[in-house]
Design a binder for this molecule. Structure first.
Ligand SMILES: Nc1nc2c(c(=O)[nH]1)N[C@H]1C(S)=C(S)[C@@H](COP(=O)(O)OP(=O)(O)OC[C@H]3O[C@@H](n4cnc5c(=O)[nH]c(N)nc54)[C@H](O)[C@@H]3O)O[C@H]1N2
Ligand SMILES: Nc1nc2c(c(=O)[nH]1)N[C@H]1C(S)=C(S)[C@@H](COP(=O)(O)OP(=O)(O)OC[C@H]3O[C@@H](n4cnc5c(=O)[nH]c(N)nc54)[C@H](O)[C@@H]3O)O[C@H]1N2
Ligand code: SF4
Ligand SMILES: [Mo]
Length: 746
């Protein structure tokens, strides 16, 4: 970059997707200070070994985007957002939220947590504290647009919503992948830098890859077999695979058998789902279904893996459950080459080997329900689709204030127009967000975090989902600019402001968490610090900030006995070895065993049985992701927004001919929630009967400050939905496989 001298490099774990690649940033200095001038893959990174994608390579542009907010904004008495000091911003929050809580109770505050919280240290460390301080039942997150079905199925099967088995990509002989496109998404609930390389390596070592996807994706093109299933029918296919395993005597649980109950009940439950019975609904050939089942059983090791296309659908929880049922019936759960549970360095140290599992507390659904629609909670959350009605509907318990952290539900959730109309009716809205976008533009107080080069990074979420146990920490690559505030401190101050401790030192929040955790640890007979003095332990923690001290504590109490200093001494990370069997450590069911046919699942199966008879010929819509995008917020980076990264409606040539649509022409697409006009892209990469439109677009609303995105706005696919279609067990929105009507625009 002209006028900038490259002076030094710094390591930085990439926060832009779940792959968590290690980057080497080049840092230069110009008249305004230090900035990131380049990013390349860190070849010495123990996990990613140099891999990088175009998003990581654009780290510098994203980091120094001139549209990023640099000071807090507070709405003035004329309704305008004005730059303010941090003190003014937090004073405003404290002064306005406390009376609401005191008058209307804790549920008057709704908390909305968006996806980037799993990509920041602040998002990993503070929202749990905020929620336990507020004690609101109105929690909404991106999970009910995403992986909540998997949490529910894991909660029911294993007793722990966080126990998500990960396919052992490096060692498996066979991968059956449904509704995922890791060549563009770089993987999800399966953290694996260079997922494409790992799939190619699987094939090179003689393994097989089957991809089930209504689109012939880049991932599908790499597969031995691609099955273009009819959207929304994966649960039927998976039930039929299980049925074949039972019918043909191909189940073999191996050593798992002793830890699993309910196998015979599952045999009964899937009896009707023969390949012939599901073939029409799935639009698949019964013979192919049998072959897939036989190959799965015959493979020395295999893993079944389902993602977005198997979660955000009508039977999302059933499909997520069946994925693990198949892993269990074939003996592949918890064995090398199958699907295993990672053990992260910051996890609590497991019970010592030899201690029998459980009985645990189990997992309960529906402990409370949403006020207006009566939707049951799952994992402490209500469906994000009910947020607007909870704000709009008068009466006791109405949401009067919203705290939105790294969330843009106006674009990412169904019927954003309704939410867009509801948000101005709040008494207070606070956003922690670097951009003034479709959602944060409604906030009364916007608290902007610094760019990622100015933040330290540790992957609390993804180290527990990684295909290899490893741990890395990168401190901030560049010191905070004058006037900026670390996102951890923003969260801590917000917690103080809502809890009536406004003005206290933010480190009080971390000290409180440390004291609480250590008190528990010293009382636990299995803890490495059992019986020690918690105050002495706290005094002995390393780290130069509250979040670092907390990380150091977690590492010390963790399974590998590491410290923050160990991580600082190894800037390219510490490899902790391949995944190892540890099912007995994760089981928290009441029986202490895997409960293969949990009651809520059994109760939802009749709905799937009804789907057997429903042959639906309506045109349906599915989404897609592009390698150079990320949900709703990366369209503001010019080098990423362009070329094939376009908001087009993909239509199969046969459907286009039938409907009279030309390539490049504008189509009018209509569904329950609204209608859109969108350019048509004719391609046989989508199957017939299916059209595809990406999400995260629709940047054409006034009052945002994202100039690059606004110049190429696209349309918001979620406006086609009215928010009423949900997977009932998890409250997850049906974003894939819903009916649409399509015609040329006049
Ligand atoms: N139709 C359809 N809709 C979908 C999906 C789909 O497949 N189809 N996918 C769904 C999925 S899987 C997800 S996860 C959601 C995602 O949707 P959201 O949870 O809304 O997340 P994002 O759009 O990724 O970003 C939200 C906000 O985070 C802000 N942000 C970025 N970096 C930071 C940071 O460091 N700190 C803070 N505080 N904020 C930051 C951005 O500016 C943005 O405003 O979308 C869902 N919506
Ligand atoms: N480049 C990029 N990377 C990302 C993101 C991004 O927006 N852009 N978002 C990140 C996030 S938040 C997430 S959650 C992950 C998601 O990661 P993935 O799950 O890999 O996400 P997608 O690329 O949306 O792949 C879903 C696939 O499911 C297919 N599909 C749709 N309906 C069905 C169905 O009924 N059955 C089957 N079998 N398939 C179906 C779609 O055609 C699509 O190819 O990606 C993450 N990584
Ligand atoms: S694959 Fe993901 S983590 Fe790796 S460089 Fe790309 S965006 Fe960053
Ligand atoms: Mo997601």
């Amino acid at each position: 970059m002209t006028g900038t001298d490259a002076t030094r490099t710094a390591p930085r774990i990439c926060p832009l997707c779940e792959a968590t690649c290690g980057l080497t940033l080049t840092i230069g200095r110009d008249g305004t200070g230090e900035k990131v001038t380049g990013a390349r893959g860190d070849r010495d990174d123990v996990f990613s070994q140099g891999f990088i994608c175009p998003k990581g390579a654009s780290f510098g542009e994203l980091d120094s985007d001139p549209d990023r907010l640099r000071t807090p904004l507070v709405r003035d008495e004329h309704g305008e957002l004005r730059e303010a000091t941090w003190d003014e911003a937090f004073d405003t929050v404290a002064a306005r939220i406390r009376p609401l809580i005191e008058r209307y109770g804790p549920n008057a505050v709704g908390v909305v947590l968006g996806n980037p919280n799993v990509h920041t240290m602040a998002g990993g460390l503070y929202p749990p504290v905020l929620l336990s301080t507020l004690r609101t039942r109105n929690l909404f997150t991106a999970s009910t647009l995403d992986q909540m079905p998997k949490h529910v199925s894991s909660g029911l099967l294993f007793g722990s919503a966080g126990a998500i088995p990960v396919p052992d990509l490096d060692r498996t002989d066979h991968l059956l992948l449904l509704g995922a496109n890791p060549l563009d998404s770089n993987g999800s609930l399966c953290t694996a830098p260079d997922f494409p390389g790992k799939l190619k390596a699987l094939r090179r070592r003689g393994g097989r890859l089957t991809v089930v996807d209504p689109r012939r994706t880049r991932t599908a093109r790499l597969a031995d077999r691609h099955v273009a299933i009819r959207p929304g029918t994966d649960a039927l296919l998976l039930a039929a695979l299980a049925q074949v395993l039972f019918e043909e005597g191909l189940t073999d649980l191996g050593p798992l058998a002793a830890q699993v109950e309910g196998v015979e009940e599952v045999r009964e439950a899937v009896r009707e789902f023969t390949p012939e019975a599901v073939a029409e609904a799935c639009d698949m050939d019964a013979g192919t279904i049998r072959t897939i089942a036989r190959e799965l059983a015959a493979a020395p090791t295999a893993a079944v893996y389902g993602r977005i296309g198997s979660c955000t659908v009508e039977h999302g929880t059933l499909a997520s459950w069946l994925v693990d049922v198949l892993n269990i019936l074939t003996g592949n759960l918890d064995r090398p080459g199958g699907a295993l549970f990672p053990l992260a360095a910051h996890d609590r140290a497991p019970r010592p080997a030899g201690l029998p599992a459980g009985p645990g507390k189990g997992f309960a659904l529906g402990r409370w329900s949403s006020r207006v629609g009566g939707h049951p909670e799952a994992k402490g959350e209500l469906p994000i689709t009910v947020l607007a009605e909870e704000i709009e509907t008068p009466g006791e318990g109405r949401i009067r204030a919203v705290i939105a952290i790294a969330a843009n539900p106006v674009l990412s959730a169904p019927d954003g127009d309704r939410l867009d109309r509801a948000l101005p009716g709040l008494d207070l809205m606070v956003s922690i967000d670097p951009y003034l976008n479709e959602t944060s533009r409604h906030a009364d107080v916007v608290l902007p975090p610094p760019p990622p080069s100015r933040s330290a990074h540790f992957d609390f979420a993804f180290n527990a989902l990684a295909v290899r146990n490893q741990v890395r920490y990168t401190p901030a690559a560049i010191p905070l600019d004058a006037g900026a505030m670390d996102e951890c401190e923003i969260h801590a101050r917000l917690i103080l402001a809502v809890s009536g401790m406004h003005g206290a030192d933010p480190s009080a929040v971390d000290d409180m968490v440390v004291a609480g955790s250590l008190a528990k640890a010293v009382a636990d007979p299995h803890s490495p610090v059992h019986g020690q003095d918690p105050e002495e332990l706290a005094a002995g923690l390393g780290g130069s900030s509250g979040p670092e001290r907390r990380l150091d504590m977690m590492l010390r109490l963790g399974p590998y006995g590491l410290t923050l200093d160990d991580l600082l001494a190894q800037p390219h990370g510490i490899d902790l070895g391949p995944l190892r069997p540890r099912l007995s450590q994760v089981l928290r069911t009441r029986s202490g065993r895997v409960e293969l046919l949990p009651a809520p699942i059994a109760a939802d199966l009749p709905r799937l049985r009804r789907a057997l008879g429903e042959r639906d010929d309506r045109l349906v819509l599915v989404g897609r992701r592009h390698l150079r995008s990320n949900n709703s917020w990366m369209h503001n980076v010019a080098t990423l927004n362009g070329g094939s990264n376009r908001c087009t409606l993909q239509v199969h040539p046969a459907d286009a001919a039938r409907l009279g649509l030309d390539d490049g022409a504008t189509a009018r697409i209509k569904a329950a929630g609204g209608e859109l006009e969108v350019p048509v892209e004719i391609t046989d990469a989508v199957r017939t009967g299916v059209v595809s439109l990406p999400h995260g677009w629709g940047h054409d609303r006034a009052g945002t400050r994202m100039s690059v995105a606004a110049a190429r706005p696209g349309v918001n696919v979620n406006q086609l939905l009215d928010g009423s279609l949900l997977d009932p067990l998890s409250g997850t929105a049906v974003l894939n496989g819903f009916a649409v009507e399509l015609a040329p625009a006049r």
